[in-house]
Write a protein that binds this ligand. Structure first.
Ligand SMILES: *Cc1c(COP(=O)(O)O)cnc(C)c1O
Length: 343
């Protein structure tokens, strides 16, 4: 298959992750996370975040998010998140399922970012026993619409959460893209702004599989290992979920690949701006470009063999760049968008 823009998870495994898996594949090792690779990966993540966080490795983002959220609340609580949050729109109710019924309370906000006035309103409008008690604020960084919360915005979010006694969860499926975009430290983007737990994505940034659940508030990690096991998320050959983190962090690949994906999205956006009838819907601050395209042009691009989704976010056509996207891929797509332009 040619390189596509449907999702960053269409891309393969980056050399650094692949190499680390090969190294972890030399002979026997203890199982269920009781091995040297897992220990080292945890250490590397603690170094990266400059704090003694609790780290767990799970298979995918849905598990990371829903198990992390479940550990932050009880079934009668509620989780405040953006109406376009992945946990709301793309996880098949997993957060509600794993928390035994915790309700998601949706708020709006421009460009995929929660509006803090809307959060305040949702949290404060009821304080009686009939309303599910707000307990968690969940944000996505970078967002589902390819935007990035600034450090100031994150600090305000953290402050709002603290004021209302809410735990703060960050869906960081594309956390690396956000860090690359902000040129801030991972610590600043998370616990220094008040984030209690981060789901740090590996898959979309060049791993075969795996996300790290990172508790900065270590109290909240209590018995999380049992939760993972019960949910079928305790890998017996854990070293293969852990090793890619070592390879990727030691080489700096995690940030380099994310910065590359962001740069490709920027190049794509630059190439598309002048095309008549094509509108870029949100500021491309990470590795996504959303386009408003006439239906005929969407069909024409599909006919030319391009895969892309049109149901994500507010219905635009989404183009994602990855660590593997090349300049030629971007030029090919720009050419085809230009050729199929109706305007
Ligand atoms: C891809 C993605 C996830 C994880 O999805 P899985 O398919 O379960 O790995 C989580 N959050 C966001 C915002 C995503 O884009």
């Amino acid at each position: 298959m040619r390189n596509q823009f449907a999702s960053d998870n269409y891309a393969g495994i980056c050399p650094e992750a692949w190499q680390a898996m090969a190294e972890a594949n030399r002979g026997y090792a203890t199982s269920y996370g009781d091995d040297l690779w897992t220990e080292k990966a945890c250490l590397k993540l603690r170094e990266l975040f400059e704090t003694a966080c609790e780290v767990f490795f799970v298979f995918n983002g849905t598990a990371a998010n829903s198990l992390a959220l479940a550990s932050l609340c009880k079934s009668y609580h509620s989780i405040v998140c953006h109406e376009m949050a992945h946990v709301e729109t793309d996880e098949c109710g997993a957060a509600e399922f794993f928390s035994n019924g915790t309700k998601l309370l949706l708020v709006s906000g421009a460009n995929g970012k929660i509006d803090l006035d809307a959060v305040e309103h949702t949290v404060k409008k009821r304080a009686d026993i009939h309303y599910p008690k707000p307990r968690v604020l969940s944000i996505t960084q970078s967002t589902e619409l390819g935007t990035v919360y600034s450090l100031d915005e994150l600090r305000s979010i953290g402050e709002t959460a603290r004021r209302h006694g809410l735990h703060l969860h960050m869906d960081g499926s594309r956390f690396a893209n956000a860090v690359a975009s902000l040129t801030a430290s991972p610590a600043e983007v998370t616990w220094k702004a008040g984030v209690d737990v981060l789901c740090f994505g590996g898959t979309k940034n060049g791993f075969a599989v795996g996300e790290a659940v990172i508790f900065f508030n270590r109290e909240l990690a209590r018995e999380f290992d049992y939760r993972c096991k019960q949910a079928g998320q305790l890998a017996s050959k854990m070293r293969f979920l852990a090793a890619p983190w070592i390879g990727s962090l030691e080489s700096g690949a995690w940030l380099r690949h994310a910065a590359h994906a962001n740069a490709m999205a920027q190049k794509l956006a630059d190439g598309l701006t002048s095309i008549p009838g094509v509108r870029i819907m949100f500021p491309p601050q990470a590795n996504a470009v959303f386009l408003e395209l006439p239906p005929a042009q969407i069909a024409a691009l599909h006919a030319k063999g391009w895969h892309f989704y049109t149901f994500i976010g507010s219905g635009g056509a989404r183009f994602m760049c990855s660590w593997e996207t090349t300049v030629e891929d971007v030029e090919d797509l720009v050419r085809d968008v230009r050729e199929t332009a109706v305007g």
